[in-house]
Design a protein around this ligand. Sequence first.
Ligand code: ZN
Ligand code: ZN
Length: 413
Amino acid sequence: MAVQWVLVCHGCITLLVVVSFLCGHWPIFQGTFIERIHYFLTFGAYDYFLRFVGFVFGSKGRDAILSVEFFCCDRPNPLLQILYLAIIGFTYYFIAKSSFSYIPGYYLTGVHRYTSLLAVCVGVLLFLLTSFSDPGTVKAENISQFLSAYPYDNIIYKEKECSTCKIPKPARSKHCSICDRCVARFDHHCGWMNNCIGEKNTRYFMAFLLWHFLLCLYGTIALGLILAGRLKELKVIHILTVYYGIENSFFGLAPHVVQWLLGSYNTQILLMVFLAIVSLLLAGFFGYHARLCLTNTTTNEVVANVLIMLFFELIDGDRCSVTFKWQDYVSWKRKLNEAKASTAALKASISGMSSERKPPESKWRAFFRRSPLEDVEVVKNNVYDKGVFHNIQEMVFPFSTRSSFYRTKSKSD
Ligand SMILES: [Zn+2]
Ligand SMILES: [Zn+2]
């Protein structure tokens, strides 16, 4: 029975950590220990670590950690790319080593030995494609094609020059401070890919997320089927009911079956839990980006819109508590520096938008509101949203890669 309690505790702790990490900032958890765990996991732990290093090694130790952080987070480096390859390689290796001897089994045919390898290879190929493809770098030579792709909305994007590249900034582009280049339809800089996600590689990035979600799901289900097959092949249910006299019902058998699986196949159980959690995370991340793609919005624009809302909240005092949560969230995302730069532009456009301010949100809606980012992710008056079909088409066939687009533009020039 002790093993079952270990399992229950393991499950509860895993669930608590995952829920706290992903959802701890939702209004529903405000003031609870889940919010405190979320704070600890997101930046509290790092803050304590920095203080600890400062206490033990003095300011030199602290500066060393900060310069490592600068190299890891603010400069292009392949650390996360290597980590990704290590995770996928070792996970595949452990699955093959622990479970391939049961394939073919009662529920899985021998073909899964090869399809699993193929699925992993396709995943790695998508990773390499996203990592090493051009996200849509804007240079003096190719700027005309990017300038004509999108109009300026005069809210987030205004006609101006990039102060670093000294070339005009096309609408929806952004200068990536990590890669030190301007990128068309900039979404975000992805540390895992060590590359920007922009106009030309959003399609590969989305394919990468979807494929890896399916890959983890495939692994979870395949391992589950292997274990179910072992139960069947070894006639465990028959032995438990006939020889041990255990009642032949779900609740009677479940604890004994779980105990037997944990005793005999703990590696597979651990791999299943790991893959299930990763597939949930990937599903959430893919869902978030799919919503952005369907409405033709970029992560960069979501952040800019949070800042616009933040500005409204600051001049509208009655929802200050929400304001400070947003500020926390945004500073965690290291985006406040950009806020300062764009505040002047926002102020200029604010008079035109203030008439469209939302009425105060009802308590009921606020209760179910999930994340401040989700609340504003569908940009109001998004001039780039041309309907789901066109938005998907634009992601799969970006403007700057279409030859027909060049021709019509050069004619009109
Ligand atoms: Zn630039
Ligand atoms: Zn970048």
